[in-house]
Design a protein around this ligand. Sequence first.
Ligand code: MN
Length: 258
Amino acid sequence: MPEIDFFHLTDAGCVREGNEDAIGCWPCEDGLVFAVADGLGVHNAGEVASALALEVLADQLQDESAGTPLAKRLRNGVQQANLRIYNKSTTVPELRHMGTTLTATSVVGDTLVTAHVGDCRLYLLRDGSLAQLTKDHTWVWEQVQYGILSVEEARKHPKRHMLSRALGQGLIVPIDTLTMKVRPGDVLIQCSDGIHGLLPDNEIMEVMSSSPQADAACRAFVHRARDRGGDDNLSVQIACVTSCSPSPPKSSWWRFGR
Ligand code: MN
């Protein structure tokens, strides 16, 4: 069973009236799933979409038998959430065109799985260096990949919030999945664009080195983003892996489950 120091926080920021971000975390097998969603839509439709995404994901994780691999369960959860949001947005006039991003990460044993759509990010801080594990599904990220914009230009570009992928826009959504091993000392930082849009990598590292505990670090991220103007909703989830045991082989999982 992994031992994880986990905390998360969401804040409307300094400019927006409502908070269209949603965060959730649930126990899963002998580990943890945590997810962040950033809703889009007029009036409060974005709030409806991000809350619905987490609700459907949580239900799906509970329903599916523990025999189904986690990567598949997470993907199914995201796909179900997409469908529910799409159906609602096409049948309820006030919720027309609503959508949301969704990034969901599980840590079970020593294995991390992430299912990701949109521009929330998952970072890994390991041995003093920070890596962004997810790709942003945004127009500017594509321009950076093509070499048209630099990372710095993309950060300041007026179209930086324009998504190339989100839940609720069609019957099926393409989902990025990532599976990797974690080890003691790893820190996972999952956040909405309100945080990473204001705090570049060097500031994320600064915050983590001055506040290594998950709860203090979450508060420090929100504080710092608010100091920078907090022009968007701010959400951050931090999981510090303090110990983890290798995942048991598949056969013993089966024996255990029956
Ligand atoms: Mn946002």
